[in-house]
Design a protein around this ligand. Structure first.
Ligand SMILES: Nc1ncnc2c1ncn2[C@@H]1O[C@H](COP(=O)(O)OP(=O)(O)OP(=O)(O)O)[C@@H](O)[C@H]1O
Ligand SMILES: [Mg+2]
Length: 282
């Protein structure tokens, strides 16, 4: 569904260059629900804008649903945005029209089908996202949290193949975030919609397939729950790029005082990384 390889994105503002993505790799299978986490400034929104077809990468490749996003023409790009993806922007109010009611917002986002079907779809989405009793409310009279839910309903209205949501749980406490994510993933699972969701909340891990960590514009590690011998185990994996580069967990690097040159040893079935001093002491 999604395949990013060596994605690089550089913003140029005045004479300043900011490298937001520096060789990011990411793969998302059809129907898979992936969370993206990482510190502020690590490149999450930049990645989402690229996946949404709103920003072209400076270098590297990005494919979604069989389309090479770095080569889409203007018309194809517009079609891609309205038919393939649904995007919830990081700041909720940008996602909805203030002069339309909740129901009208969701209905307006559907591009095809008879009005009655669109109305039914919109009402159904509002109900499943907990806004079933507020169809006539305008965004201005909804809370930030309700607007996030409305934005999600709007993004899902068109049955996108891929939902992109940038911090839909930002305004929520942990309980609220977990509730929202489970309401959302229930819809995604039922409709077979893949999703990339940016979130800071570790609680969402229980409802998504994987959590991908971004560090300094690269995917650095991945967490997921796996079943081993009947038990659910929290598994954390580092991500190696094609050139064989990996980012070691910061805590490990600090613990051994690694930096600059290190010694890399190949044993039968493992590779060890040692501080240079340790090796000389032997
Ligand atoms: N339009 C822009 N012009 C110049 N620099 C930008 C622009 N947008 C983002 N950046 C810079 O690119 C880097 C990545 O920003 P991005 O918004 O992708 O991070 P983020 O992970 O989404 O952060 P946050 O968690 O705060 O939303 C940052 O250093 C940011 O300052
Ligand atoms: Mg962001």
């Amino acid at each position: 569904m999604v395949l990013c390889e060596g994605l690089v994105h550089i913003y140029t503002a005045a004479d300043l260059e900011v490298v937001a993505l520096q060789g990011l790799d990411l793969e998302v299978a059809p129907g898979e629900v992936v969370a993206i986490a990482g510190r502020s400034g690590s490149g999450k929104t930049t990645l989402m804008n690229i996946l949404a077809g709103m920003e072209r990468p400076t270098a590297g490749s990005v494919w979604v649903d069989g389309r090479d996003l770095s080569r889409l023409g203007r018309a194809e790009q517009a079609r891609y945005r309205s038919e393939v993806v649904g995007y919830v922007l990081q700041h909720a109010m940008g996602n909805v029209a203030p002069y339309l009611s909740a129901l009208e917002n969701v209905q307006a986002a559907t591009v095809s089908g008879p009005a009655r079907d669109r109305g039914r779809r919109a009402a159904n989405l509002l109900a499943r996202l907990g806004l079933g009793d507020r169809p006539g409310a305008r965004p201005g009279s909804l809370t930030g949290h309700e607007n996030q839910r409305l934005a999600l309903a709007t993004a899902l209205a068109n049955r996108p193949r891929l939902l992109l949501a940038d911090e839909p749980t930002a305004e929520l406490d942990t309980a609220g975030a977990t509730q929202l994510m489970s309401d959302l993933t229930a819809i995604l699972r039922e409709e077979g919609t893949g999703a990339v969701i940016v979130t800071h909340d570790p609680q969402v891990e229980s409802v998504v397939d994987r959590v991908v960590m971004i560090r300094d514009g690269r995917t650095s590690s991945e967490r997921r729950w796996v079943e081993r011998e009947g038990e659910l185990i929290h598994d954390e994996l580092a991500i190696m790029d094609r050139a064989g580069r990996i980012q070691l967990p910061r805590a490990y690097v600090e613990r051994l005082g690694l930096g600059g040159r290190v010694r890399v040893h190949l044993d039968d079935d493992r590779i060890s990384i040692l501080p240079v001093e340790t090796d000389q002491d032997e």
